[in-house]
Design a protein around this ligand. Structure first.
Ligand SMILES: Nc1ncnc2c1ncn2[C@@H]1O[C@H](COP(=O)(O)OP(=O)(O)OP(=O)(O)O)[C@@H](O)[C@H]1O
Ligand SMILES: [Mg+2]
Length: 300
């Protein structure tokens, strides 16, 4: 569905996307993760021709985007990072007007709007103005709008940022339903649980470059191991023990993050001999991978 080869975007001296190569197969949900400013949105914008690339090659559906931008755009649905809905139009009108960009005849646009309003459970608000909707409703509407042209590839830039848990789960359910129908999905997110749940495969990018790529489980296995021990307020004896053991760890001062894969035994020793409380064994997550690879400092 997507083959990006040495894809680059430069803004003056800054390489926001620095020669990245990746591909996405039909039916796959592929995630792009990375800190603020890593280049996720810029990458996505090049995919649908919103931002021209500076260098590299980009093929979608086997078509080169330089020669076939129009055909390619007609087969993509985009849910941008910001809710760029038209505030002067109603919910339904936002869907039907958007259909015009794709030359969808009005009767067909109306039918699709009916189906999509039902899909996102907004039939009862179809005549509401955009300003009257909650954040969760806005996000669902942006998703529906991205589907009006029945795309083969759906691009979601931070689909659930700022939403409450109910709205996030609602949106995940819909993305899963779309995946089940065979739609290919490309998604960016800052929520690692979202990526772990939705993405078949993902890459973590930082400063325009790909750090790693793989399935969520593989990345956890390869970069942090199965289990993490967290120690709050570690004392000197505990630090010395961990140091001696050669187990990799991160020292955050007030807290140790120990990458103790398969470490039930190790954990029992630690908790018995050095810390009666404040010592926790837990399964490793994608968030551990993300923080280990991209660091804990602010980026912008
Ligand atoms: N139009 C532009 N002109 C100049 N610099 C830009 C422009 N758009 C993006 N950038 C810069 O390119 C870099 C990548 O930005 P981008 O929006 O792609 O990051 P992102 O990974 O989507 O971040 P976030 O998680 O905050 O959405 C940033 O340093 C940003 O300031
Ligand atoms: Mg972004």
């Amino acid at each position: 569905m997507i083959v990006a080869t040495s894809l680059r975007k430069a803004f003056g001296k800054l390489r926001a996307v620095d020669d990245i190569t990746f591909s996405v197969s039909p039916g796959e949900c592929f995630g792009i993760l990375g800190p603020n400013g890593a280049g996720k949105t810029t990458t996505i914008r090049m995919l649908f021709g919103f931002t021209p690339k500076s260098a590299g090659r980009l093929q979608l559906f086997g078509l080169d985007i330089d020669q076939h931008l129009r055909q390619v755009k007609a087969r993509i649905g985009v849910c941008p990072q910001e809710n760029n809905l038209d505030p002067d139009l109603s919910v339904r009108q936002n869907l039907e007007m958007y259909a015009r960009y794709f030359d969808i005849p009005p009767p067909l646009a109306r039918r699709r709007a009916d189906q999509l309003l039902s899909f996102i459970a907004l039939e009862h608000r179809q005549n509401a103005r955009i300003g009257e909707l909650s954040g969760g409703m806005l996000r669902r509407l942006v998703l529906a709008r991205a589907l009006i042209n029945e795309p083969e590839l759906l691009i979601l830039d931070e689909p659930t940022t700022g939403l409450d848990p109910q709205s996030r789960h609602q949106l995940w359910n819909r993305v899963e339903a779309l995946k089940a129908r065979g739609l290919t999905v490309l998604l960016t997110t800052h929520y690692m649980d979202e990526a772990a749940r939705l993405c078949d495969r993902l890459m973590i990018v930082d400063q325009g470059k790909i750090l790693v790529e793989g399935t969520p489980l593989q990345l956890i296995h390869d970069h942090v191991g199965a289990e993490i021990i967290e120690v709050a307020s570690p004392n000197a004896d505990l630090r010395a023990f961990v140091d001696r053991s050669g187990t990799p760890y991160e020292d955050l001062g007030h807290r140790l993050i120990i990458y103790a894969s398969g470490g039930a035994e190790y954990y029992h020793t630690l908790s018995r001999e050095f810390c009666q409380s404040g010592c926790m064994l837990r399964p490793a997550t994608l968030e551990d991978v993300f923080l280990r690879l991209t660091g804990r400092e602010l980026r912008e």
